[in-house]
Each structure stands twice: as C-alpha cells, then as structure tokens.
Ligand binder design. Structure first.
Ligand SMILES: Cc1cc2nc3c(=O)[nH]c(=O)nc-3n(C[C@H](O)[C@H](O)[C@H](O)COP(=O)(O)OP(=O)(O)OC[C@H]3O[C@@H](n4cnc5c(N)ncnc54)[C@H](O)[C@@H]3O)c2cc1C
Length: 440
C-alpha cells in the first residue's frame, strides 16, 4: 500500500471524467497532482450517451486513440418522440466526421483515469475525502479517511489548489452551504436500470436485434410521456433505460416498489415496450437519483475549483454532462497553470474560469429546462456564448432545440443574441427529419 504524500501542488477529489481529465492536463504541464477517489475503479456510472463534441477534448488530452481502440458503439444521432411528434437528427448531416458514442461508463472512466496515471498523475483509490480546511489561504488542507485497510486511518494532505470533482456529492458546495437544488415544476428524479437482449433503435428508424449493432448504427432514443421522459441507449452487451419523472411520482415508495414501478412503466410505454419485448431486466441494476437538478453559487475561489457535476447538474436530456465535465476540467487546468506562473493574478483567473463555467451551464440549462427562472442562469453570458460558439456546434444545438418543448427559453435567448434569424434564414432546421411512425 503506497503512502500518500503529505504535500503536493494540486489535490483532485474524485476520479470521474472531470477529475481524471483535469489530472491529465495538469500532469502534462509538469504540475504535481494527486487524485483521491473514494471508490475502486472501474466503478459504475450513469451517462452513457456522448455527443461528438467530446472528441475535441479527448484529442487535447491525447486519449482519443485509446477510446477508438476500445470499440465502443458508435451512434449516428438521436430520435425523439416528443408530444407525439417524431423527429430524427443525424450528426453526419452537420458535417461531423466522427460519431457520438454509447459507452459503458465504468470502462470509459477507467480508461481516462489510466491515461491520467500514464501522464504522471498519482492516483489513490478507496480514499474518502471528508472536508477541506481553507484557513491557510496559501495551503488548503484536504482531510480524508483511508479505506484501503480496516484501520480506516484519518489523514491529510496540504496543497496549493484543490479541485472538487466529486460529482453529485458536491463536496465543497455542501461544505460551504452553497448548493441549491432547483425547485420548479421541472423538479425531477431519475430511475434507471439495465436490460439484456433488448432491441435497439437504428439509424434507419427501425428496431433491430443487438446482432446488427455493427452493421446498422444505433441512435439514442428519447421519448416524452405523461409523467416525464425516458431514454433507451444500447450498449455492447446490455441496454440502459431510464425514466425521468416528477419527484412526487415515486414519493413514499421503497426500493422494491420503485423497481416494480420502473418495470411496469417500461413494459407499458409505446415504442419502449417493443424494444424491450425480448429483453430481460438485469436484477439489482435499478438505480435512483432524487432531486438531481442543482447548482452551486460559488464554484471557484482563489485556491479551489468545483468542476463537472460538483458545480452543477442539468437534466441530462441533451447529453451534456460528460462534455461539461471535460470543458470545466480544461478551464480549471488553464486557470491553475496560469496561477502557478502569476500567483498575484490567481483571483482573476478563478473569476474568469467561474464565468466561463457558468456560461456553459446556463446554455445547457436553457436548452434542457423550459422553466429556468433565475436559477443560476446568466442570460447575457449565454448569449455571448451563442455568438462565439463554433457554427457547427451551435447549429446542432439549435436544431436540437426544435426536438422537444423544453427549449423555449433557449430559442428566446438565441433570438436575442441574433443567431436564431440566421439559422432560420438558412433553413437549417431542415436537418431535422420528421417521421410519421417508427417501425419498432
Ligand atoms: C440519470 C442521468 C443520466 C445521465 N445521462 C447522461 C448522458 O447520457 N450523457 C452525458 O454526457 N451525461 C449524462 N449524465 C451526466 C453524467 O453522468 C455526469 O455529468 C458525469 O458523470 C459527470 O462527471 P464528473 O467527473 O463530474 O462526476 P462523476 O462521474 O460523478 O465522478 C465523481 C467521482 O467522485 C468520487 N467521489 C465523490 N465523493 C467523493 C469523496 N468525498 N472523496 C473522494 N471521491 C469522491 C465518486 O466516487 C466518483 O467516482 C447523466 C446523469 C444522470 C444522473
């Protein structure tokens, strides 16, 4: 069992995509970085659908080739059946030459973590961080329990910067009391589980058995229904199915009742029931995340950065979570690298980082949740991002905004930013194919 050093440059708490990619960026710059992760990898995680934007981050990290070699399922786009309107979006129609992916997150996240280690980051697993003491502004101290043996030793490590990448645990936001659960009519929870031998939604708008997966590319299937919405994502040897429903839908239910509710709902909903007709539920695979839309009002400070889900979480309908984790990690790494060079400017770098992170958060929220009120969204920041975004990426998001009735605020912001008119004038919406019915 390796001893954990008492001092380092940067401590990263949590080894999901946010933590491991920040570790790679910093280690590549010659900064000493230690990652503390409470679980043993590979560990399960939800969030298997990746849109092609993520490649630009993995290219910079130098890990794209490893991801390609892993042979994850390539997805061609998405089909939504929303309020009885069926539409399809294909990445290739936008000029994307690389696919999106459906990834088993335990394998994907483990691959990213191994890459961080190869690049020089020190990784310690089964280390559960309890709190960070910021009383010395130049040397925060991270307190943890070492669970690698039965003694559960308490220990600490001092550093110059802390990155909180603890996902929905939001360690620092909880410690500071800055985590706000979004309370609105869109106060959802999610239930998800895995099925063996499911059929999948193909790019040809038909359903297929899993044997065809390499011949006929899949799409992510998303559908609204009276209680919320659902996803179906085919993976290599199972399918991920999730329901996103209003919080009060499962109120008072115990675990067994939630599972019964999940299975029954899946077996009744149109299209999904056809996909799952030959499938078997994998016992014990049901998971549950209540009250899951939140943000923190303080995401960066002179010597800390909260990134990925530790900073905020948006309903995952447009698959922005992993991309956001990569983006936040790259921003925080730049800010920390620059802060080491010019410590007197560290406050300014952290402010800039927070503003960029908040900008993308606002963008995702506006796209995914119709009703955002003032829940942490800075409208001006979102509009400036819309104007500055690579046209291809913006176009895909503007088309996606037409797929559900969730994006009214997003469209309004696009109009105010002056990008919606251009989009309509060029009739780009044609890249969204309307479908009468699906042959499932
Ligand atoms: C229902 C649902 C569906 C989703 N679908 C998608 C999707 O299709 N596509 C997509 O891109 N995203 C999706 N997401 C979002 C995606 O899962 C997250 O955005 C992504 O995992 C965030 O990565 P992260 O590194 O910030 O956090 P995580 O992946 O959650 O990693 C955090 C890590 O921190 C560790 N940790 C936590 N606390 C401590 C501690 N105290 N000490 C040490 N370690 C700690 C955890 O063990 C974990 O390994 C979905 C999310 C949900 C809830």
């Amino acid at each position: 069992m390796n001893n954990i050093p008492k001092k380092t440059d940067v401590v990263i708490i949590g080894a999901g995509p946010a933590g491991s990619s920040a570790a790679t960026h910093l280690a590549q710059a010659g900064i000493n970085v230690i990652v503390l992760e409470k679980n043993i990898f590979p560990r399960n995680q939800v969030g298997e659908s990746l849109i092609p934007h993520f490649w630009k981050f993995t290219d910079v990290l130098g890990v794209s080739e490893k991801i390609e070699q892993e042979g994850f399922i390539q997805k061609a786009g998405g089909i939504t059946a929303w309020n009885n309107k069926i539409q399809q979006i294909l990445f290739s129609d936008f000029g994307y030459t690389r696919s999106g992916l459906h990834v088993e997150r335990d394998i994907f996240d483990n691959l990213l973590l191994a890459h961080a280690q190869e690049n020089g980051a020190e990784i310690y697993q089964q280390i559960s961080v309890k709190k960070v003491d910021f009383s010395d502004k130049n040397a925060p101290v991270v307190y943890f329990t070492d669970k690698r043996d039965e003694t559960n030793q308490q220990s600490s490590i001092a550093c110059a910067y802390v990155i909180d990448a603890t996902g929905h645990s939001s360690l620092l936001a909880q410690q500071f009391g800055t985590r706000q659960t979004i309370s609105s009519e869109t106060n959802f929870l999610s239930l998800w589980g895995y099925f063996k031998n499911s059929r999948y939604a193909g790019v040809d708008r038909r359903s297929h058995s899993s044997e065809s997966i390499r011949a006929i590319k899949p799409v992510t299937f998303v559908m609204s229904y009276e209680d919320g919405w659902l996803w179906h994502i085919v993976l290599r040897d199972k399918s991920s199915v999730g329901l996103v429903v209003h919080t009060n839908k499962t109120k008072g239910m115990n675990k067994a009742q939630r599972e019964a509710f999940f299975k029954q709902t899946c077996s009744q909903l149109p299209y999904l029931k056809e996909l799952l007709a030959p499938a078997t539920f994998i016992d014990g695979s049901l998971q549950y995340r209540p009250d899951y839309s939140y943000y923190s009002t303080q995401i960066c400070g002179d010597n800390f950065y909260c990134i990925g889900d530790a900073a905020a979480f948006v309903d995952p309908i447009f698959s922005h979570g992993v991309q956001n984790a990569f983006y936040n990690a790259s921003l925080a790494s730049v800010a920390i690298k620059e802060s080491f060079k010019k410590p007197q400017k560290r406050g300014r770098y952290s402010q800039l980082c927070a503003s960029r992170m908040q900008q993308f958060y606002g963008f995702s929220r506006a796209l995914s949740l119709g009703d955002f009120g003032c829940n942490g969204v800075n409208r001006d920041l979102v509009k400036s991002l819309m104007k500055a975004m690579p046209p291809l990426e913006l176009e895909l998001m503007l088309v996606a905004a037409e797929m559900t009735n969730r994006s009214e605020n997003f469209k309004q912001l696009a109009k105010e930013a002056g990008v919606w008119e251009t989009f309509i004038a060029q009739s780009r919406g044609e890249q969204l194919a309307s479908i009468d019915t699906l042959a499932f």
